[in-house]
Design a protein. Structure first.
Length: 219
């Protein structure tokens, strides 16, 4: 087998070239529609990266050889991207554990999972306590008013969402802006949040109470 990049006499920083398929391997490749399967898997990988807000890693990892396993065919950039991916996954796992301890679970298949596993989830704190814990505006800082300009609304709501330490309800985010808690202000914030989610600039999750919460992509 070929040595790993950086190993052996005369090793360079360049990855080894992927050897061409033999005739027998090519026959298996064609019969198994491997090219089609690869395209499907690459599309799934890109969609997953986009869902987590990690598009910056998609271009560096999707379709590359190795899949986080040792390989002589990897570039230094790919290996660095894999290290970054693993670091983000560890951080995300810790974040999810903290959420689940508070009773907030991002179920993938709620109809199936909740009946089987819902009893293991910690009881969420009262809504008033949850809202009190979420500090979207830093202590001692005067909250800004929600501007009338649509573009400024998007910018300020996005910034406030990025500061939230955990997923928030629209009314919790609306409270980050000066003024009374009017229906109009809440409606404006809800509309901006929906638009941000459609653009991929915000993510959504559903808590045990069934309410939709928003959070900024991390990473």
């Amino acid at each position: 087998p070929s040595p790993r990049r950086g190993e052996g006499p005369g090793a360079t920083a360049e990855p080894a070239a992927v050897p061409p398929l033999s005739e027998a391997e090519r026959a298996i490749y064609d019969a198994g529609l491997i090219a089609v399967l690869k395209e499907i898997h690459d599309d799934i990988d890109r969609a997953v990266f986009a869902a987590y807000g990690w598009d910056d890693l998609a271009t560096r990892l999707v379709g590359r050889p190795g899949a986080t396993m040792p390989s002589p065919f990897k570039s230094e950039d790919q290996e660095a991207a894999e290290e970054e991916l693993l670091s983000r996954l560890v951080a995300l796992n810790l974040e999810r554990q903290a959420e689940e301890k508070r009773g907030y679970v991002r179920w993938l298949r709620p109809d199936y999972q909740i009946p089987k596993l819902g009893h293991k989830v910690a009881e969420p704190a009262a809504a008033t306590q949850i809202e009190a814990e979420i500090a979207v505006v830093a202590a001692g800082v005067k909250p800004p008013a929600l501007p009338a300009d649509a573009f400024e609304q998007i910018r300020l709501v996005r910034d406030a969402l990025a500061r939230a330490p955990e997923p928030v309800l629209p009314n919790q985010l609306a409270a980050a802006f000066a003024g009374k808690a009017t229906k109009r202000k809440l409606a404006n914030v809800e509309e901006v949040l929906r638009n941000l989610a459609e653009l991929g600039l915000a993510r959504t999750g559903t808590g045990e109470d069934g309410a939709t919460r928003y959070f900024a992509p991390r990473g």
